[in-house]
Write a new protein. Sequence first.
Length: 196
Amino acid sequence: MNQLALESNGSLPSSDQTYWVEPKLEVSVVSSQVANQRQAFLSAMSRRVSSVNLVVTDGVAGRFGLTVTSMCSVSAEPPIVMIGINRKSPLCQAITRNRCFVINVLSVAQQYLADSFAGVGPQSCTYDFAQASWCRGETSAPILSGGTAWFECDLASYQDVGSHRLFMGNVLRAEQGSEAALCYSERSYRHAQALS
């Protein structure tokens, strides 16, 4: 709400006088509210159970990989998946240029890869493709051996939303393994168990 300066008698200033409008923004209050909303959102999202995925690409922009939990199915006919990657990540520009990616769903035994491609652990091991066995599929993006499942995709489209770029991938091939999936919830790794 704007405040108009009044004369000492409470009347508005005449047209030949100078007046000012003083914004009444409480920046610290607004910043605090935004921070609180962000924290509440992140805390609520941490209660979700997500698969832990290693998204990789390779091609003209180079080979990149990143641990990602924002992945979902969009359509079964035709098969399309979606991933969300922070636009500050090198993987974001690499997928955009390479036009392909593979979503490798990690198994419980592959937690070390989840840490490595999240940038956690000894610096000599972070983002190190030599820690695992890979094979090639129909695209240039590598497929991880020993995972729970994988989805090989060519890039269908993308859209920037907030801090992330959402990539839609046409699934060229999908396969599943026999290993239990690694999950993430409440800021820690977990494994899924069937309810009896």
